[in-house]
Design a protein around this ligand. Structure first.
Ligand code: BT5
Length: 249
């Protein structure tokens, strides 16, 4: 099994590790290049939302991956990093977050981490920058149901300690992306970790709202939702919000 050479660049402060690393990926930076910051002045979520954390209170990092998958399988790449982060949290703190499709790690419905994956290039191989923010001692904005690893476990973990174990866990999963069998086993682990499955979800898409029971994830990482007896595939690009439980319009 080929191993990844991790090249880690640390910043005391940066606008956004995803923004910085996307520029490096465009210049040809290899898989395994990682940017990590103590503080982000313009940390980004999806759809122009913000990711907030005081200095040193979270793991704020981005990773270049160049897997052998198509752009329509981006969500599997997100799953690979989310599962690695989850496994690292279990190893260090005993806290086992669930995954909430498409990009959250949650503990009892409270967000403990979020991921932001961006396709930088589709030439030859896909180049993806996957960013992750994990609340270590910061419990997230008051306006959001959120938590931290320290609040959940009483354990204070430093950002470099979590990054180290996260990359170790990612190394064991990353090669799974390059083969159909590997992708299938990744999808199995993903489905087991996804709290969203079995729940009634309300999905806001660009032009409509879908309410139904989340059944599974397909080979592209799309969420399969049963609506009026039919299965509807929800792709991440369409989604504004997935709200388990909250089904009223
Ligand atoms: C995400 O977006 O959850 C993706 C977050 C990715 C952050 C990492 S940090 C390193 C890398 N560099 C970046 O610039 N970004 C990545 P989304 O699903 O859109 O959720 C964003 C929403 O989460 C915000 O609108 C807030 O409501 C909430 N939020 C912001 N900061 C939070 C925090 N620390 N903990 C919990 N929730 C938070």
């Amino acid at each position: 099994m080929s191993s990844i050479v991790w090249r880690i660049e640390h910043f005391d402060e940066i606008d956004s590790t995803n923004t910085w690393l996307s520029a490096r990926a465009l210049e040809g930076a290899p898989e395994g290049t990682v940017g990590v910051a103590d503080f982000q002045s313009a940390g980004r979520g999806r759809l122009d939302r913000r990711w907030e954390s005081p200095a040193g209170a979270s793991l704020l990092c981005s990773i270049i991956l160049r897997p052998d998958v198509g752009p329509d399988q981006l969500q599997l790449v997100v799953a690979c990093v989310a599962l690695a982060a989850r496994a690292a949290m279990v190893r260090l703190s005993g806290v086992r977050p669930s995954l909430k499709w498409p990009n959250d790690l949650i503990v009892d419905d409270a967000k403990i981490a979020g991921l932001l994956a961006e396709i930088v290039s589709v030439n030859e191989r896909l180049a993806v920058v996957v960013g992750i923010g994990v609340n270590l001692t910061h419990e997230g904005p008051e306006s959001v149901r959120s938590t931290s690893l320290r609040a959940e476990s009483g354990v204070t973990i430093s950002p470099p300690a979590l990054l180290d174990i996260l990359l170790d866990e990612l190394e064991t999963r990353r090669t799974l992306l390059d083969s159909a069998e590997g992708q299938a086993s990744l999808r199995d682990e993903y489905q087991r970790a996804l709290e969203t499955l079995g729940q009634v979800v309300r999905v806001e898409r660009a032009h409509d709202v879908v309410v139904g029971r989340a059944l599974s994830v397909d080979e592209y990482g799309q969420l399969m939702v049963e609506v009026d007896g039919k299965e509807v595939a929800i792709s991440v690009g369409d989604v504004v919000h997935v709200r388990p439980h909250e089904v009223a319009p």
